[in-house]
Design a protein around this ligand. Sequence first.
Ligand code: AMP
Ligand code: ZN
Length: 114
Amino acid sequence: MASDCIFCKIAAGEIPAKKAYEDEHLFAFHDIDPKAPTHVLVIPRQHIASLAHASDKDAATLSQLLNAVPAIAAQLGLTNGFRTVINTGADGGQTVSHLHLHILGGRAMHWPPG
Ligand code: AMP
Ligand code: ZN
């Protein structure tokens, strides 16, 4: 755990969040500033600063992150589809330096994103 990381603290239960899912490896919670009717963030419990910081040793974690999405989306009722997003670095629009996957749904998404 990175002691100064807000998402590490959320996964550890030290900062409150509206939980959507959790298991041994992952924690998912509703975004505090939702960009769609449903907006959930899925994070590995392990601190990885961004997708650009991930490497071969994180292969299992990355697999768990993506693999969990269908069940979380189904649990959220997103039967008509959803958008998954991983913002990376400054140009990617990443504002929290702990790898997170956005699940957005409940409305039709636009393409291309801004
Ligand atoms: P990104 O811009 O991809 O780094 O996404 C970070 C997301 O985290 C944003 O959508 C924020 O609204 C969200 N966020 C920041 N702090 C919190 C928090 N304490 N609880 C829930 N979501 C948060
Ligand atoms: Zn962290």
